[in-house]
Design a protein around this ligand. Structure first.
Ligand code: UDX
Length: 474
């Protein structure tokens, strides 16, 4: 099928490359000519596993790049709209890019088209897109608007697209459901997974994926509700971690205990310094705004956001209580990206903390395997950068772990302690076993677990000779 994908950001680029890999002819449309030139030259503008391979495989054949939306629409049966929907000041999504694309699509319709919303948008957007296209002169029979939410995580977006848990298509007509069904048939029919050149399956893949056909409004809500639920799961476990800290329980043990209940599940139950990224913060806020506008006061979502914010403050307090005073302290920081496996720093809790520590007068040297360049573009020059975790730790009063990169979980602890001025590690992602750290002579603070100290006494457990929980020391 001939498909146009409008917008070459994370979602558009990944969707375009993956749709080409399914065998479709894709035109990726963007109005940023520098970006298009870079793509044509073989560059991959984002850090995403398997994306360079897919672009290389299809560039110039099944995947074309264009700034001409009009022509791309005329040449295509389906138009995927994947433009940005940034938050406005009040938290709802700014849909002006979606609107202007809808206007332009309208003037280009020459035969039946399915306009597919791929951007994360509030409920009713498909209805608005339909109205805009009609208002600009298109025949009501010449198009349908459908919603096809994406559930792509940064870093694993390609495999999330090709090996999804499910495919949701929100279609209000049978003819549009048929077109979308055909587009995804190589996945839902399983043919893609038989191919020798298919992208390798991730660990948990269960193929072929089911296709869930809903109304367009339901599909729009599925996207917002999924992200809000996942953010809630993270805030929930972060709140449990705070209780664990107060009573001296271990949140990892609690997670194992509750996550094995199949109704709850172990994933997205990792406590830390809170969620960040381009989706969760924006989508929880937007869903909150959508609910408010529809007359429902979804206060649970306020609490999800509050806990997330508090989690960063708690971590700052932890750093303060580990080091007593902050001004002039030299801190090594591991991680700037909002999560491991990506160079994205949007709404990164790690960056928020680094900024706060710099403001407190700390000297910070940071290392991130992918996000340092992007950080340099937005951060003040006080932040220093290192070429390795050990260089970041060199001479530091403490080392902070802020992003869950795999390589940070496998450090050579002896080398680390020899680099640090004081063997103190404050881990915002629970990457280490407190006992192992103590055995290496490291005073170790983490989230939702008692701090451990080389002499065996949990650091911070004693306050005037009594344990923090009020019990006298045994
Ligand atoms: C998310 C959704 O997972 C995806 O389905 C949607 O399409 C876009 O938003 P993404 O933003 O790429 O994807 O990252 P994700 O892996 O979901 O992590 C989001 C944030 O939550 C990160 O800051 C991460 O560190 C944090 N997180 C995640 C936790 O703190 N604990 C967890 O258990 C999981």
């Amino acid at each position: 099928m001939r498909i146009a994908v409008v917008g070459s950001g994370y979602v558009g680029l990944v969707a375009g490359a993956c749709l080409a890999d399914l065998g479709h002819d894709v035109i990726l449309v963007d109005n940023d000519n520098r970006k298009l030139a870079a793509l044509r030259n073989g560059e991959t503008p984002i850090h995403e596993k398997f994306l360079p391979e897919l672009l290389q495989r299809h560039r110039g054949h099944r995947l074309q790049f264009s700034d001409n939306l009009h022509e791309a629409v005329r040449a295509s049966s389906a138009i995927f709209v994947a433009v940005g929907t940034p938050p406005t000041e009040s938290g709802d999504a700014d849909l002006s890019y979606v609107e202007s694309v809808a206007r332009e699509i309208s003037g280009a319709i020459n035969d039946y088209k399915v306009v597919v919303e791929k951007s994360t948008v509030p409920v009713y957007t498909s209805e608005w897109v339909r109205r805009i296209i009609l208002r600009n002169g298109a025949d009501p029979d010449s198009f349908d608007v459908a919603s096809n939410p994406e559930f792509l995580r940064e870093g694993t977006a390609v495999t999330d697209f090709l090996f999804p848990d499910r495919i949701v298509i929100g279609c209000d007509t049978e003819r549009s459901a048929k077109v979308l069904g055909e587009i995804y048939e190589p996945l839902t029919g399983g043919a893609y997974y038989q191919r020798a050149d298919a992208i390798p399956a991730p660990d948990r893949a269960s193929v072929p994926p089911p296709i869930i056909v809903t109304s367009s409004k339901s599909a729009e809500l599925i996207k917002h509700a999924s992200n809000a639920f996942l953010a809630m799961k993270i805030s929930f476990i972060n709140a449990v971690a705070s209780v664990c800290e107060s009573v001296g329980a271990n949140v990892n043990q609690v997670c194992r205990g509750i996550g094995t209940d199949t109704r709850i599940g172990p994933r997205f139950l990792n406590p830390g310094i809170g969620y960040g990224g381009s989706c969760f913060p924006k989508d929880v806020m937007a869903f909150r705004a959508v609910a408010r506008e529809s007359g429902y006061d979804f206060r649970l979502l306020d609490e999800v956001m509050r806990i997330n914010e508090e989690q960063r403050q708690r971590f700052l307090r932890k750093v303060r209580s580990a080091l007593w005073t902050l001004r002039g302290k030299h801190l090594g920081v591991l991680g700037l990206a909002f999560k491991g496996g990506t160079d994205d720093i949007r709404e990164s809790p790690a960056l928020f903390l680094v900024q706060a520590l710099l403001q407190e007068g700390c000297k910070v040297t940071a290392y991130d395997p992918a996000a340092m360049e992007r950080t340099q573009e937005v951060m003040n020059s006080n932040l220093k950068y290192a070429n390795s975790p050990y260089e970041a730790a060199h001479g530091a009063d403490a080392l902070l772990i802020l992003t869950e990169w795999e390589e940070f979980a496998n450090l050579d602890l002896e080398r680390l302690t020899s680099e640090l001025r004081y063997p103190i590690v404050i881990d915002g992602r629970n990457l280490y076993d407190p006992d192992v750290m103590a055995a290496h002579g490291i005073t170790y603070y983490s989230v939702g677990r008692a701090a451990s100290h080389p002499d065996g006494i949990p650091a911070g457990a004693l306050k005037n000779g009594v344990m923090k929980n009020g019990l006298p020391k045994a």
